[in-house]
Design a protein around this ligand. Structure first.
Ligand code: ADP
Ligand code: F6P
Length: 485
C-alpha cells in the first residue's frame, strides 16, 4: 500500500470493530465497513474503552493486514463527547426529535476537544497520499481539525443519519459552526437525495455557500461536493450465510419452538428512533382485531441494548419491558407466548438464519438514515417462499425498497393492517415483491457504496494536492477495496 498509484484507505469512525473484541455487534456502520476494508487499510477511532488517564498515542493492532488504531476516552470525554453532544443533542436532532435534545455547553466543548484530539492523533499516522474517509455525526468537525493541522489529503465525510432542513438544524446550539466544519471536506455523502437537498439548503441559507457548477459548492476558499450514495450490504454473501444458518442449531431450535406458527421478526438497537413502542403496540392491535392470528403467529423482537448512559435509552428500555409484559399478559396462553423479546445482541450468522425463517420483518423506525436490517431481511429470504417486509416510509431504505409494504410508523393501526395483509398474502404476490426488492438489494451493495464514494473522493483531487503529483488515483486504485465486499 502507499505505492505510487495506490492510495491507502484510512477509515475513521467513532466505533471501531476491534478484532480483539469479536462477537455480536449491533450497528450498521461497523457492519458495512467491515465488509469493505482490505489489507493495507487503516481504521482509526475510539477503542470503546474509558480510561482515567488515556494515552495520547493510539494503540495499534493488526488483523488480516488491516491496522486498527484506537484511542481511549476519559470518563469526562465519554460523558461530554459521546453520551452528551453526540447522543443527547446531535442524534435526537438529526432524527427530528427536537423534544429530546438535551444540550449542555460543556458537552459541545467536549465534542470539539475530542475531535481535536482525534485529529492530532490521526495526523501523525497519515501518509501524504492517503484517502481519508470519516464517518458519522460524532466526527463532523474532524476534517476541519485535520485541515487546521495542515493536512492536505483528500478527505471525505459520510453522514449515516438523516439530515434535516434549516428549520430543524437551526435548533442545534452551534449549528452554524458545526455545519461550517462539514464544508472542510472534499466530499460529503448522504444516503438519500432528501438528506442531500436538506444539507444543501442548510449550507446555502445558514452559511451563504454558493453552487459552483457540476454539483460543487463553494464557501470562502473551500469547495465541497455533496453526494447521494446509499449504503448496502454484501447481498450475495449474506444470502449464502442465511441459507446455511437456516440449517444451523439456533435456527432449528427456533423452528421447533414455533411449531406450525408463523414468525414475525424485528431486529434493532434499542433506540427511540426505531419505533419499537409503536411496533409492539401494533402487534397487540393485530391480535385484538384479527383473532384468527392468535396462536398462529409469534413476534420475536431482538433489541440490543444501546447507549444506556443516556436517560432516554434507559427509559425506553423500561417502557418496552412494560409493554412486552402487558402484551404477553393479555394474550399469552399456556402453550403460546405471542411476543418474544430479547435485549441481548445476536450473532450475525444466527440472525441471518432467523430472518430466513421469518414470514414478516417489521422495520418501522420513526426516522432512520438507511436501515440495513431491511436489506439483510430481503437478502436472507428463500426466493421460492419469501417473507414480507413491512417498512417505514421514514427509513432511508424506503426510497429504494418501494415493493415492501410501506407504512407510517406513527400509526400502530396501519402497521397492524400491514401485518394482517402480510400474513394473508398469496405466494405469488410475495414472490413478485421479493423479486423486485432483491434486485435493489443486489444492485445497491456495500461494495458499490464504497466504490461510488471513493470515485467521488478521487474526482475531487486538485492539482495542488500531494497525491495528484505522484499518482493518478482512480477507481482502479481501490481494486483491493473491492476484493472482499
Ligand atoms: P443502526 O446503524 O442505527 O444500528 P441499521 O439497521 O442500519 O441501524 O444497522 C444495524 C446493524 O446492526 C445491522 O447489520 C443489524 O444486523 C445489526 N443489529 C441490529 N440490531 C441487532 C441486534 N439486536 N443483535 C445483533 N445485531 C443487530
Ligand atoms: O448508524 C448509527 C450508529 O451511531 C453508528 O454510527 C454506530 O456504529 C451504531 O449506530 C451503534 O451506536 P453506538 O456506537 O452508539 O453503540
Amino acid at each position: 500500500m502507499g505505492g505510487q498509484n495506490l492510495a491507502r484507505l484510512v477509515v475513521v469512525s467513532n466505533r471501531v470493530p476491534l478484532p480483539s473484541e469479536k462477537g455480536a455487534r449491533a450497528g450498521g456502520l461497523a457492519v458495512a465497513l467491515t465488509d469493505a476494508l482490505t489489507p493495507g487499510s487503516l481504521w482509526f477511532g475510539w477503542s470503546g474503552r474509558r480510561n482515567a488517564r488515556p494515552e495520547q498515542e493510539p494503540a495499534l493492532q493488526t488483523s488480516d493486514g488491516i491496522t486498527f488504531a484506537t484511542i481511549d476516552l476519559s470518563e469526562s470525554d465519554y460523558q461530554r463527547f459521546y453520551a452528551g453532544y453526540s447522543n443527547s443533542a446531535l442524534w435526537p436532532l438529526l432524527h427530528f426529535r427536537l423534544g429530546l435534545v438535551n444540550y449542555r455547553t460543556e458537552d459541545y466543548e467536549g465534542y470539539r476537544s475530542v475531535n481535536r484530539r482525534f485529529a492530532a492523533a490521526l495526523e501523525k499516522l497519515l501518509l501524504p497520499t492517503d484517502l481519508v474517509w470519516v464517518h458519522d455525526y460524532h466526527l463532523i468537525p474532524l476534517g476541519a481539525e485535520l485541515r487546521a493541522l495542515g493536512v492536505r489529503n483528500r478527505i471525505g465525510f459520510f453522514m449515516h443519519t438523516p439530515f434535516g432542513p434549516p428549520a430543524i438544524m437551526r435548533a442545534l446550539p452551534h449549528a452554524d459552526a458545526v455545519l461550517d466544519t462539514m464544508c472542510a471536506y472534499d466530499v460529503v455523502g448522504f444516503h438519500t437525495e432528501t438528506y442531500r437537498a436538506a444539507f444543501v439548503d442548510c449550507v446555502q441559507q445558514m452559511l451563504g455557500a454558493t453552487p459552483d457548477g457540476a454539483g460543487q459548492f463553494r464557501l470562502d476558499t473551500r469547495i465541497f461536493t455533496p453526494i447521494v450514495d446509499p449504503i448496502g450490504i454484501d447481498a450475495e454473501g449474506f444470502s449464502r450465510t442465511a441459507a446455511q444458518a437456516e440449517r444451523g442449531a439456533e435456527a432449528r431450535r427456533l423452528r421447533t419452538s414455533l411449531g406450525e406458527r408463523k414468525l414475525a421478526i424485528g431486529v434493532d438497537r434499542l433506540d427511540y428512533s426505531k419505533g419499537l413502542l409503536n411496533r409492539m403496540e401494533a402487534f397487540g392491535r393485530l391480535l385484538a382485531r384479527y383473532k384468527e392470528h392468535r396462536r398462529h403467529v409469534s413476534f420475536l423482537q431482538v433489541a440490543a441494548r444501546s447507549r444506556e448512559d443516556v436517560n432516554e435509552y434507559r427509559e425506553l428500555g423500561e417502557e418496552l419491558n412494560r409493554i412486552a409484559g402487558d402484551t404477553n399478559g393479555r394474550y399469552s396462553e399456556f402453550d403460546w407466548t405471542p411476543l418474544r423479546y430479547m435485549t441481548r445482541p445476536v450473532r450475525r450468522r444466527t440472525l441471518a438464519g432467523f430472518y430466513r425463517l421469518a414470514h414478516i420483518a417489521l422495520v418501522t423506525p420513526l426516522r432512520d438514515g438507511m436501515n440495513l436490517v431491511a436489506k439483510e431481511y430481503v437478502a436472507a429470504q428463500n426466493p421460492a417462499d419469501p417473507g414480507v417486509l413491512i417498512l417505514s416510509r421514514f427509513a432511508g431504505a424506503a426510497d429504494e425498497m418501494t415493493d415492501a409494504l410501506i407504512v407510517n410508523p406513527f400509526d400502530a393501526d396501519e402497521i397492524a393492517e400491514a401485518m394482517h395483509r402480510a400474513l394473508t398474502m398469496s405466494l405469488e404476490e410475495r414472490q413478485d415483491r421479493h423479486h423486485r426488492l432483491r434486485q435493489h438489494v443486489w444492485h445497491s451493495t456495500a461494495r458499490r457504496y464504497c466504490e461510488v464514494f471513493l470515485d467521488h473522493l478521487d474526482e475531487s483531487d486538485d492539482s495542488e494536492s500531494p497525491a495528484s503529483e505522484t499518482g493518478q488515483l482512480s477507481a482502479t486504485a481501490f481494486a483491493p477495496l473491492a476484493g472482499n465486499i
